[in-house]
Design a protein around this ligand. Structure first.
Ligand code: UD1
Length: 416
């Protein structure tokens, strides 16, 4: 399944159901540790990152039981606060176990977390925020040890709305003594989904529109049943995919209320987009219009859809400029797109200009990270002839089965 073969240039038709959100389910799975009880997390996507999080929870002593549309996590007997090296270095989001384990056990030992190679991805904001809540950090043999004997609330101001740091403060904050006021918090829909899960467990978390969260600590939590929302990034991938490839599709259960900037960009590209209670319906233009895009924290245009938008504009009717403001190193697919006849000029490490061409040609390309990999699959579907995308293990970290989803829309895609 590490290679995907694509016969391009077949317009998409039909409907596809959007899977549950990766970035919502991972911190929620970590948060189940705080309850010491049974939680049922429904609509969790069956993706590699969820499997890694589940095995980390098992290694910590949780009971895990998969149901047809959910995972039951029993965190009544957590034995350990030490995380296996392989699991942590392979997955950046294992970092949210830092806040959860500090909240649960007051102690954690872990490696520096990994994840996709899309920039340096430091963890200074996580460490400084948790330090203000009474956590002490030491490093021994390359491993990070965190200890908090008296975890307490604090007034914390994040210099940038980091999603992961916000989640760690929330996870530690609900277990801390007293209130935590977090200014400059990230308010991505996935952060709000974590807050909803925790409220459902009995936590008190208040939010105002200006990025301030007040987490009232020290409440006793219990398990609950929770439905993970649909994945706005997967929905956006197929929405832009349709605009680049052609055709008309219905994205069933797509979370349209979280996709304002994405739908706006799709309309600027010339797509006709209609939202209904069923989901999002999109009809592609003859050729995408060029766009000026800049990634930004929510509600801005998501960095996780920048590569797919870039791939679509390789066939645009003019010159598009795309600026990446969140992560450096997120233009690694340029080289592969150029192999397919794309004309892209890299301005600085943060921006590119794409001059749309009449046709892309199939080629052998290689996924190097999750979102760039999905963008290469979309480019293959837009190209004439056959494209072979290698390295697809990265794509399965976040997409349940991208080949199956595009096949449902009539594309010729084989995963081998
Ligand atoms: C999360 C998402 C990822 C998304 C990103 C931005 C998950 C599992 N992943 O990643 O898909 O692309 O939000 O929406 O939810 N930074 C620091 N110091 C820190 C923390 C972050 O400098 O301590 C920087 C990062 O290098 C980056 C920026 O802040 O440049 C944003 O990172 P952050 O919001 O923390 O992203 P993640 O939580 O890692």
């Amino acid at each position: 399944m590490d290679t995907i073969h694509i016969q391009g240039k077949i317009a998409l038709q039909g409907k596809v159901r959007i899977q549950g959100s990766k970035n919502a389910s991972l911190p929620i799975l970590a948060a189940t540790l705080l309850t010491g009880d049974n939680s049922v997390i429904r609509n969790c996507p069956r993706i590699a990152d969820v499997y890694s999080m589940v095995s980390l929870l098992k290694s910590l002593g949780c009971g895990v039981h998969w149901q047809e549309n959910g995972i039951v996590i029993d965190s009544s007997s957590v034995r350990k606060c030490e995380m296996a090296e392989e699991a942590v270095t392979g997955m950046r989001s294992s970092l949210c176990l830092l806040g959860a384990l500090i909240g649960r056990c007051g102690e954690v030992v872990m490696e520096h977390p990994g994840g996709c190679v899309i920039g340096a991805r430091p963890i200074d904001m996580h460490l400084s925020a948790l330090e203000q809540m009474g956590v002490g950090f030491t490093e021994k043999d390359g491993r990070l040890r965190a200890e908090a004997s008296g975890l307490h609330g604090a007034v914390i101001c994040l210099p940038f709305p980091s999603v992961g740091a916000t989640e760690n403060v929330i996870l530690a904050g609900v277990m801390a003594e007293g209130d935590t006021v977090l200014e400059g918090a990230a308010l991505e829909p996935e952060v709000l989904a974590l807050c909803r899960y925790l409220r459902c467990c009995g936590a008190v978390i208040e939010q105002n529109a200006k990025g301030r969260l007040v987490i009232r600590g020290g409440r006793r939590l219990r398990g609950c049943e929770f439905n993970v929302p649909a994945d706005r990034i997967v929905a956006g991938t197929y929405l832009f995919g349709c605009i680049g490839i052609g055709g008309s599709v219905l994205l069933e259960e797509a979370p349209r209320e979280e996709m304002g900037a994405v739908i706006e960009a799709a309309k600027q590209m010339g797509g006709q987009v209609c939202c209904s209670p069923e989901g999002i319906y999109v009809q592609a233009p003859m050729r995408p219009n060029p766009v000026q895009l800049e990634t930004a924290p929510y509600p801005g245009f998501p960095t996780d859809l920048q590569s797919v938008a870039l791939a679509v504009e390789t066939l645009g009717n003019g010159c598009s400029c795309i600026k990446e403001t969140i992560f450096e190193n997120r233009f690694r697919i340029v080289e592969d797109l150029e192999k397919m006849n794309a004309k892209i000029r890299i301005g600085d490490s943060r921006s590119v200009c794409v001059q749309g061409v009449e046709a892309l040609h199939g080629a052998e390309v290689c996924a190097r990270e999750l979102r760039g990999g999905a963008a290469l699959v979309v480019a293959g579907l837009m190209a004439e002839g056959e494209t072979v995308v290698k390295g697809c293990q990265y794509i399965y970290r976040g997409y349940e089965n991208i080949g199956r989803d595009f096949r449902e829309l009539g594309a010729r895609v084989a995963s081998v």
